[in-house]
Write a protein that binds this ligand. Sequence first.
Ligand code: HEC
Length: 491
Amino acid sequence: MFRSKTLKQWLPGSGYAQQVPQSVVGPLRSMGAAMGRIMYAFVLFPVLVFTSCSTETPSSAIAVSNPNPTYVDIAPVIYKNCTPCHRAGESGPFELMSYADAKRNANKIKFVTQTRYMPPWPADPGYSHFLGERVLTEDEIALIKLWAEHGAPEGDLARIPAPPVFYAGSSLRKPDTVIRFKEAIPIKGNGTDHFYVVKLPLELSKDTFVSYFEFVSAQRKLAHHVNGHLVNYTPGKKKETRSGLTYALDEFRDYKTLYGQMNILNDDASFPTLTPNTVYYLPGFTPPVYPQGIGGYKVNRQSVILLQNMHYGPSREDVLDSAYINVFYGPKPKRPIYETQLGTFGVSKIEPELILHPDKIETFHTKATLNNDISVLSVNPHMHLLGKSFLAFAIQRNGDTIPLIKINNWDFRWQYYYTYQHPVKLSAGTTIHVYGTFDNTAGNPNNPNRPPKLVTQGEGVKSMQTTEEMFQFIFTYLPYQQGDETLDLSK
Ligand code: HEC
């Protein structure tokens, strides 16, 4: 974020990752290869295996706050924790906007809350807390269970709270402007995943500042992941950005040629300046809204958004996605946000080398020591299908441990950017430690290889593939300023 580099450095296979010094840190140097970040969901989305979860809580063991819950008691829990995704146009497979919706799905709701499959929140709330945390209390889970078992009664109609009102077309508010896809993306109903590269010319009347870009798909149930970058052209370097392909299937081939066909290069065929990861989407993801002046992007008059990595899940029928990007203008950023990463393509070496042996569960470690005081805003753990658990913490020079994030059951479908309520100060000399455990046995239902086989990080673009693995810890931060610890990032 707000870290510019040329497109060339960022092309797969350019060797950029190798230029990053290993086992040093200095998040304040220009680093944090964007390459790793473009690889999110190069994974399959397996069908939920209901039988693998069997942690039913015996209702007798829990003192429930209300032995006869009705929808009056359940509605607030659902509206807060479920409805944001389970509503028209969102990723959830059915709506949870009314009593009738909840009653119809009562048994399923009971099941997915008992198993803690829903709401999806892989981070352990006993380890660290984040904004927008969606975790049900034991009592809420027990109430839902009783309610479902008692026939899902409605209760006093007058006391049922009104369902939340969402702004149609944005999870935030009315955008300042909307950039629409020039051509809808065709998703074939052939039951396989699809990957696209998409170009959206901005064509502004003057240079401007944007606080965030919000990607909105018209096919939310299929859109699995988007990672987009801002390409800014220096005045005089680019005549026009409209011509050329507006989208192409990403076949992991020759990107230089592809970017030529998409008319993304400068007119002299050199590479324009690129700010990575300005557009980010994952089901359930809401862009963190930082306090005024923190983060944001300068957008040149001549610029394009390049969705370098747009992943749709399998569809049974041919559909079109007329997606768009909501643009929210903002002030000139006073405090640009930086981003760096440990592990694959990052600033630190993975030890031992990331080689996953068949039929083994193995743990890997990576660490880095900070040169400067920083304020960590958000963290984003990343692994692929073989990921099992993830742990990151920091050890200060005085020996104190600062918990960062713990994921007990890795779920590659829910790879959030977890944002702290208050920035976490890490002083110079602090070492960040990250541990990742991978399950390359046949017992891992997500293992793409039957029987399991040797899996490595692969080279460059190959790491995007399902069969390759990654181990990354990405974080965003500000150079520390006095008082950052008390900044409220929710405001
Ligand atoms: C971050 C978005 C999100 C939130 C929040 C969320 N869901 Fe879901 N839910 C999904 C998606 C996407 C699916 C479909 C994919 C899957 O099953 O993993 C799903 C699947 C389900 C299913 C399984 C449907 C089926 O037939 O397979 C149930 C039941 C469900 N959700 C209930 C809930 C309940 C109850 C809550 C709140 C306690 C909730 N969800 C919160 C996104 C969400």
